[in-house]
Design a protein around this ligand. Structure first.
Ligand SMILES: Nc1nc2c(c(=O)[nH]1)N[C@H]1C(S)=C(S)[C@@H](COP(=O)(O)OP(=O)(O)OC[C@H]3O[C@@H](n4cnc5c(=O)[nH]c(N)nc54)[C@H](O)[C@@H]3O)O[C@H]1N2
Ligand SMILES: Nc1nc2c(c(=O)[nH]1)N[C@H]1C(S)=C(S)[C@@H](COP(=O)(O)OP(=O)(O)OC[C@H]3O[C@@H](n4cnc5c(=O)[nH]c(N)nc54)[C@H](O)[C@@H]3O)O[C@H]1N2
Ligand code: SF4
Ligand SMILES: [Mo]
Length: 697
């Protein structure tokens, strides 16, 4: 029997796992108590890593689409066809005719991250899409304009704070996002045990809300007004504290002036939260020695995502809790993206390029994912003619997925790198079967820069590749070489990791790949410490509290308040939710994760259910501007009246190697979400707050 230690790379929590195995036979997967970040915690998904490894229905050889369905082909043929198609289409229509969509697992895979840059360089396309713009783009936009670099994202110092206000996040289920915080349940409990307080503001009484001291319902998409009035209270009550950042800020006067017109009384009408409550939360946070406001998905995937994340930062700064123990802090990762792409300069909103069709901003050089369909459909220079989809499932993950699927018919070529035949990859001409989970080596480049404690950890692959598959980075490296007409130089991710560690903050202390290999549980680099002043990337080394982009966007917010919110055709606002035993659209094949009662239900408040005349278990018809679905209703006072909730990630059928079965009892929320609803400031999709009608069948 052997024991292997690694980091689970399914989600952002970075849990250390301990795997006991005899050869390729897994005996157990448990939490690794010696992992310095996760301290033994895991969730049910880690155990399913073995299912994904052995799953007979995973892709095990390259596939080519023919008139009679998919056939297995050689790697040589798959590379040859794909390279020739890309070059021919770029020759005929221009470089940008070939688009790339990068899905979420890329962020959890060092090979993909390291080999993507040269791949893009060889491809020279500006048609780049990713899951970032259906997720966290507002966080990057706030970071760019306020701190000068899109990857300077603050994380809550959970282990030291005494007051945690959570808006639009459900870390007890998601295990934390834009904050690698494994063992979250214990960490939240510890806040309360040391006399601290947790408040959750969410249109649903979530699993996290149930464990908090207080939960307040908020009307979807009204958070920006709530935040403005929280800042209003700090200013009006003379509670602004800047601490060590006092000499490093610009824009305070603008903030003081603009929040005047957002008193809690006004916010009460819009958010549904009582003015006294808003005042008391702001004052409690001002009085707490260490307090932090944490905002996530529910705030970044709504119409005012950019404003919400900006105001979250402004509140934390004005409350004296930015770059300070117990507040919002900045990790100092061993591989620091800032070292490799320093920005020093003033990002000018006017210079952010715009997308071709809808003229949405292209932050991080990406066209918003909500525009994927229209960029394919709309004729003219720059029209997309081919799509390369790497570890993504946009048919299920972007708003109005059906429109994306329909648009695929217009493409002349699609290639996907995936581990499964999916709702997206089934449309591909060529599918490259990739490795995942236990077959890859991993150093987490993305999420160690978002971890609530500084650590470094390297995990070698546990098992050899199963079947005729390749690592994503091998696929990318080979395509890169062929597009360039060069020999593949045969670099490995480890070569880059070693180099990056050598240039990193801990190289002087001897941190190297070799040292990490000798420490399979990972190396603790200590708690987060104030470091923002050293890492700021603005040209004058100040934090910009009031960038023009946000000030201007306030007009859009004010206008939305003035427009009456009642829409008789679509009286309800739909929001999403995540489930503990599923990960986005791709884990449904694991029986241990999918068994049990149907969780794909529409949550609806008893008051609304009475009006419609439905009870739990009834099938209802849900309609939005773009589509309709039938789904089982779940009547519960967990959801606010006027709001309904459908889980994301469903609509995924049972996968097999050559075909995909239609999903039973499983509907895609993105058959209802509207691709025209975006946060026009950041281009991020507004997946929450979608107007729907619910009818009895
Ligand atoms: N309405 C609504 N829509 C949402 C969300 C929501 O909350 N509500 N959430 C959004 C968010 S936060 C995200 S991140 C996106 C996710 O959107 P996507 O990234 O498009 O979706 P995933 O389900 O993560 O798809 C990942 C794909 O990669 C494959 N895969 C898994 N591991 C690997 C691997 O190692 N290599 C390769 N090559 N393929 C792999 C899977 O089989 C799957 O097809 O969805 C977004 N969509
Ligand atoms: N088990 C599991 N874990 C996951 C994932 C998964 O699919 N399954 N996905 C991973 C990914 S890709 C991501 S990005 C993270 C996301 O991590 P989280 O951000 O924690 O994810 P959600 O559970 O989507 O939480 C969003 C919350 O916002 C609330 N909300 C919706 N609209 C509004 C609004 O207008 N205002 C306010 N205040 N709240 C609102 C919703 O009710 C929900 O509770 O989770 C990751 N972890
Ligand atoms: S919380 Fe995330 S990282 Fe931890 S075991 Fe579960 S899926 Fe893996
Ligand atoms: Mo995500």
């Amino acid at each position: 029997m052997q024991t292997h230690y690694r980091t689970c790379n399914i989600c952002e929590a970075l849990c250390g796992i301990e795997i006991q195995h005899e050869g390729q036979n897994i005996l157990s997967i448990k939490g690794d108590p010696k992992d310095p970040l996760s301290r033994g915690h895991i969730c049910p998904k880690a155990v399913a890593l073995q299912d994904f490894y052995v799953d007979e229905d995973r892709l095990r050889a390259p596939l080519k689409k023919t008139a009679d369905g998919f056939i297995e082909i050689s790697w040589e043929e798959a590379f040859e066809i794909t390279t020739n198609k890309i070059l021919a289409l770029q020759e005929k229509y221009g470089k940008d005719a070939v688009a790339v969509f990068l899905g979420n697992p890329n962020a959890h895979n060092m090979g993909n991250l390291l080999f993507m840059r040269p791949f893009y360089k060889a491809l020279r396309t500006k048609s780049r899409f990713s899951a970032s713009s259906v997720d966290q783009m507002p966080h990057h936009v706030a970071a760019v304009h306020m701190l000068g670099h899109s990857l300077l994202n603050p994380v809550p110092d959970l282990d030291h704070t005494n007051y945690l206000l959570v808006m639009g996040g459900n870390p007890l289920v998601s295990n934390g996002s834009m904050m690698a915080s494994p063992d979250i349940a214990k960490r939240l409990r510890a806040i309360r045990e040391r006399g601290g307080k947790i408040v959750v503001i969410d249109p649903r009484r979530t699993e996290t809300a149930r464990k908090a001291d207080e939960h307040l319902f908020i009307k979807p998409e009204s958070d920006a007004i709530f935040l403005l009035s929280m800042i209003h209270v700090l200013v009006q009550e003379n509670k602004v504290r800047l601490n060590h950042l006092e000499d490093a800020l610009t824009g305070l006067e603008e903030i003081i002036t603009l929040v005047k017109k957002y008193p809690p009384e006004k916010a009460e009408q819009i958010t549904g939260i009582k003015a006294e409550k808003i005042r008391s939360i702001a004052l409690e946070m001002a009085a707490a020695d260490k307090a932090v406001l944490y905002s996530r998905m529910g705030l970044s995937t709504q119409t005012f995502g950019g404003l919400c994340i900006w105001l979250t930062n402004v509140f934390n700064i004005l409350n004296g809790n930015f770059d300070r123990v117990g507040g919002m802090m900045f990790p100092r990762p061993a591989i620091d993206p800032i070292t490799f792409s320093p920005k020093k300069g003033k990002p000018k909103y006017e210079s952010i390029p715009l997308s071709r069709v809808r003229k949405l901003p292209k932050y991080l050089g990406e066209i918003p994912a909500a525009s994927l369909a229209e960029e394919i459909e709309t004729e003219g220079e720059g029209q997309i003619k081919a799509l390369l989809c790497i570890a993504g499932n946009p048919v299920l993950s972007v708003p109005n997925g059906k429109r994306v699927e329909k648009a695929f018919e217009k493409l002349e070529f699609i290639a996907c790198a995936d581990i499964y035949l999916t709702e997206t990859s089934k449309h591909a001409d060529i599918i490259f079967p990739a490795t995942s989970g236990l077959e890859i080596s991993q150093y987490d480049i993305t999420f160690l820069n978002l971890a609530i404690r500084n650590i470094a950890k390297y995990s070698p692959a546990l098992f050899p590749k199963k079947g005729n598959v390749k690592h994503d980075w091998e696929i990318l490296a080979e395509l890169t070489a062929r597009l360039r007409g060069e020999e593949n130089p045969g670099h490995t991710p480890e070569m880059y990791v070693e180099m990056a560690l050598g240039m990193g903050h801990y190289a002087k202390e001897g941190l190297s790949l070799e040292k990490l290999k000798a420490h399979p549980h990972g190396i603790d680099l200590g708690p987060l410490t104030p470091c923002l002043k050293d890492r700021l990337q603005t040209d004058d080394d100040t934090i910009r509290l009031a960038p023009t982009v946000f000030l201007e966007d306030l007009k859009r917010l004010d206008e939305s308040i003035n427009i009456s919110n009642s829409q008789p055709d679509f009286p309800y606002q739909m929001i999403g939710r995540r489930l503990l035993r599923q990960h986005n659209t791709w884990t449904h094949n694991s029986h241990r994760l999918s068994k049990g009662k149907n969780e794909c239900t529409l949550m609806i408040n008893p008051k609304d259910a009475n009006k419609i005349g439905i009870t739990s278990g009834n099938t209802v018809l849900v309609k939005s501007r773009i589509g309709e679905i039938k789904v089982e209703a779940e009547v519960t006072d967990e959801i606010m009246a006027g709001v309904v909730s459908l889980p994301q990630g469903f609509g995924a059928g049972k996968k097999s190697k050559m075909k995909i079965a239609t999903a039973q009892n499983s509907v895609s929320i993105n058959d209802l979400t509207d691709d025209l609803r975006v946060d026009t400031l950041t281009g991020n999709a507004a997946l929450n707050g979608v107007r729907v009608q619910v009818l009895k069948l």
